[in-house]
Each structure stands twice: as C-alpha cells, then as structure tokens.
Design a protein around this ligand. Structure first.
Ligand SMILES: Cc1cc2nc3c(=O)[nH]c(=O)nc-3n(C[C@H](O)[C@H](O)[C@H](O)COP(=O)(O)OP(=O)(O)OC[C@H]3O[C@@H](n4cnc5c(N)ncnc54)[C@H](O)[C@@H]3O)c2cc1C
Length: 464
C-alpha cells in the first residue's frame, strides 16, 4: 500500500494530462489504469487510430481522384488492409508509449489494474488499498447502442467504433447507424476503401446540433464521395448471422418499414459515461439522470476528496475537453485556480473536407433573441484551396451586431480543424471580427479565408 496526494482513476486524455499537471505542481501522483496501455479511449480505440485510417484512406482518395489531374499518372495504389491496420497500430503504439515515457519523466506511478473506491481517500486495486488525499475519477465512456441491437466486435458483423477499427476485411456493404462524428469519420474511411456505405439517421440532418449551413454542405460533399444517407429513419432492430446483417427501420414521415442488407453494421449512436465497478454510488457520490458523475464548477463531487472529469461527467465528449478539465482540476488540487472556458471548446470532424466549429450556432443565437451578423466566405475565393481541389467549403463567422464581438464560427474546408484555433484565441480574448480582419494573414494560406469572412463582417471581403 502506498499513500499519495492524488490518485487518478483512468489514463485517458483527462486522466493522464491531469496526472502530468499534478506532478508538475509538486503533488505525489498515481494513476490506476486497467487497460494494457495508457492513453484511454482516445489513444487506443478513438481519436488516434481513426485519424490514422482517415489519413491513409485520404491519400488513397487523392491518388484515385486527383493525381491524374496534376499530371501524376499511373495505377492507383492497391489496398493492403492488414498493412493499413499495422500502420494504425504502430501510430497508436508510438503515442501510448509516449505517455508511459511522460509518466516516468514526471515520476507518476502507474498502478495497473481496475480500481474501485471503497470510501473517500481509498482506492482499491486487486487486493491492495491505496490511500490518497484526493481521488480524480477519469474513467471516460463506452459506446452506447440501441434497444434490440447486440454488438459483437469479435464476430465483426455488428460492431461499434472499436470493432470498426479492427474489421478482418474491408466489407462490400456497410450500414452505419447514426450520422454523428464517429459514424461519418469511420463511414468515410470505408467509403474511400470502396465499401458501399449507407448511413441511417433518426434526425433530419446529419451531425445534429451543428450549424445548418454546414450540415447541408457537408452532406452534399459526403454524398459526392459515395456515402448514401437515409434520414428521418428510426432503426427498429438488427438481425445478424455469421457473415451478414439486416437493419430494419421505419421512416418517420410515413411510418413505412424497410430493411437494409449489409456485411457489416456499425452502430455509432453515441457514447455513455463509464463508471462500472467503481462503487461510487455506494461511496455516496451523486450521478445525473444520464449516469454521469455530478460535479460542481471545480469538478468536485458531493463527497469531499472525490473529483471527476472528462467523458465521465457532463459536457461534450471530446479529448481536449477532458484534457482541459484534467489540467484545471490539478490546479484546484494544488490550491490554485483551475478554469475551463466551456464557451470556447472547438469541435472537429476529420473527414475531407474537415469540419470545425466553435461557440454558438446562428440558430442558437437567434433563438436567444441576440442581434447578430454573419460573415461568410467561400473557399472558391481562396487560391490555395483551389489548388488542392477543395473550393467547396466556406468559413462562417458570427459576431454581435452592435459590438462586433465574435460569438461563433463554423468552417468546412481544408485544415478546418487547425484554422478554427485562430477564432478560439480571438474569442478567448473577447476579440472582434475586426481584430481578425486587421491581422495580416500569410498568402497563400487557407487561413486567408478566415480573414476574408471577418472582412465580410465589416466593409466586405476582397475575393468574394
Ligand atoms: C472512434 C472515436 C474517435 C474519436 N475521435 C475523437 C477526436 O478526433 N477528437 C476528440 O476530441 N475526441 C474524439 N473521441 C472522443 C475521445 O476519445 C474521448 O472524448 C476521450 O477519450 C475522453 O477522455 P477521458 O480521459 O475522459 O476518458 P477515456 O479516454 O475513455 O479514458 C478512460 C480510461 O479509464 C480507464 N478505466 C475505466 N474504469 C477504470 C477503473 N475502474 N479502473 C482503472 N481504469 C479504468 C479505461 O480503461 C480508459 O482507459 C473519439 C472517440 C471515439 C470512440
């Protein structure tokens, strides 16, 4: 048994980042992780492996669709799926190994195994009970399914995102249930590999909650890439045998019933907080109705000495949100002032083109009755985007009509996930559209489109 200032349960982006910051602030820190490797969902079966597959298949798409236009002739590369998965695993291994290195560097103990919390101040792993002044629950989330659907990743026919990263072969036909971020990213991967991908979504628009202009453009661009969509469809159930599955659904508009055949069904209907086996309820910790650990503005639960962060609590299930909370709770535990600005948390979809948003949508601001102005600039007016055949998207900025203060942004276009940060920084500083418009942007860059959208909010964009 050992005694610590802090024991963090879970080594995902919330937990491992929190541990590093705790150690940097002089706290004796340990992390309990039950998985074989550090990094949590994000590094092992989430952000990182999905981005590796998106990267590989993006290059395939470029070779098949754009190389010849640029005078690069010859046969397109053939796909060695096992090698592609090996590349993905290598990327994962480098990243999870990197966290192990950082733990050693910062003198953080990794207690291997599954933890429970018999009481505040105590963390049980196997037969050992460790003591800690404070405990941070960073146990993340797991995929959630729908009633009537049994996911079996080993069988590889009805899978969740984890199974979809490991399919034994590239399927001919895939049905994706859910047009959210994970379904569209992994659907894109397989569509680029030649799979006939059909996405079935309950809502009438893809990526629910996102800017409506982006939703429309994004869907059109994905359709151009071969993805098919069935919108307003309530999935009733999935029947599977060893090699195939049938998805039955009902269209909301006329209650008509339909069945889709597929070799693989990807259930991408969201994720839920994971706190199984921790015994938190028995220790007196309160939960929300959706099973998330309840916390206050400083990530403290109702039980003194127990904190929680990341996907296990309320808020967007994003790695960087978990990381920010991880750093902030460490500051709180070290007696400093931890803070997360939940109004400025970007969201990115790593398809091609990328989609990135921050702040409030036009619809949400209008519903609040706020006086706003909207500046839009098409990538058709951006020289660099045209050179890479990505003129289809746009930058949309929303500012307060009276003060010009930036309130939100949506970008669909090349490197949108990187470009959004210029707006995040501006919003963090309470900046205006004019601040962005007056900032010199290098030419030729995609970022010039952000400046043009800001100029559109003033006297007008130049290249529109
Ligand atoms: C396919 C996919 C793609 C994604 N892509 C992105 C993306 O591009 N960008 C983005 O921001 N987010 C992405 N996400 C979401 C992101 O992975 C999560 O938001 C993030 O991992 C949450 O971090 P966390 O630290 O809260 O929890 P997790 O990463 O889930 O880590 C929790 C860890 O706790 C461990 N644990 C749980 N219970 C115990 C216990 N009792 N004892 C010991 N250990 C325990 C688990 O084994 C796990 O390793 C993606 C998710 C998926 C599934």
């Amino acid at each position: 048994m050992a005694s610590y200032d802090v024991i963090i349960i879970g080594a995902g982006p919330g937990g491992y980042v929190s541990a590093i910051r705790c150690a940097q602030l002089g706290l004796k820190t340990a992390v309990v992780e039950g998985r074989e490797t550090l990094g949590g969902t994000c590094l092992n079966v989430g952000c990182i492996p999905s981005k590796a597959l998106l990267n590989a298949t993006h290059h395939l798409h470029e070779a098949e669709h754009n190389f010849a236009k640029m005078g690069l002739k010859g046969k397109s590369p053939s796909v060695d799926w096992n090698q592609m998965k090996a590349y993905k695993d290598d990327v994962v291994g480098q990243n999870t190994g990197g966290i192990e290195f950082l733990f050693k560097k910062n003198k953080i103990d990794w207690i291997k195994g599954w933890a429970s919390v018999p009481a505040a101040g105590k963390v049980k792993v196997g037969d050992e009970v460790h003591e800690a002044k404070n405990i941070v629950v960073a146990t993340g989330s797991v995929p959630s399914s729908l009633p009537g659907i049994t996911v079996d990743n080993d069988a590889g026919v009805v899978v969740d995102s984890t199974g979809a990263l490991e399919l034994p072969k590239v399927p001919k036909k895939m049905t994706v249930i859910g047009a959210g971020v994970i379904g569209l990213e992994l659907g894109s991967v397989y569509a680029r590999l030649g799979t006939e991908v059909t996405v079935v979504e309950y809502m009438d628009a893809i990526t629910p909650g996102m800017d409506a202009d982006v939703q429309r453009t994004f869907k059109k661009l994905l359709e151009k890439q071969g993805l098919q969509f069935i919108m307003g469809a309530a999935v009733q159930g999935v029947e599977a045998n060893k090699t195939k599955a049938k998805v039955s659904y009902k269209l909301k508009k006329d209650e008509s019933e339909h069945v889709l055949d597929a070799d693989v069904v990807l259930v991408a209907t969201g994720r839920k907080a994971f706190t199984d086996g921790l015994g938190l309820a028995e220790a007196g910790v309160e939960f929300t109705e959706r099973g998330q650990v309840k916390t206050d503005a400083h990530w403290a639960t109702n039980v003194s000495g127990i904190y929680a962060i990341g996907d296990a609590i309320v808020g967007p299930m994003l790695a960087h949100k978990a990381e920010d909370e991880g750093m902030a709770v460490a500051e709180v535990l070290a007696g400093k002032h931890g803070h997360v600005n939940y109004d400025v948390i970007p969201g990115v979809i790593y398809t091609s083109p990328e989609v990135a948003t921050v702040g409030k949508t036009e619809a949400a601001l209008k519903a609040e009755g706020r006086k706003i102005k909207v500046g839009k600039f098409s990538f058709m007016g951006n020289a660099r985007a045209k050179a890479v055949f990505q003129g289809d998207g746009f930058v949309k900025l929303i500012a307060d009509a009276d003060t010009d203060r930036l309130l939100g942004a949506a970008i669909i276009g090349p490197s949108a996930g990187d470009m959004i940060h210029e707006i995040c920084v501006a919003m963090e500083y309470g900046g205006s559209a004019q601040d962005v418009a007056m900032t010199c942007h290098a030419h030729p860059t995609y970022s010039e489109a952000v400046r043009e959208a800001a100029l559109a909010l003033g006297d007008g964009a130049i290249h529109a």
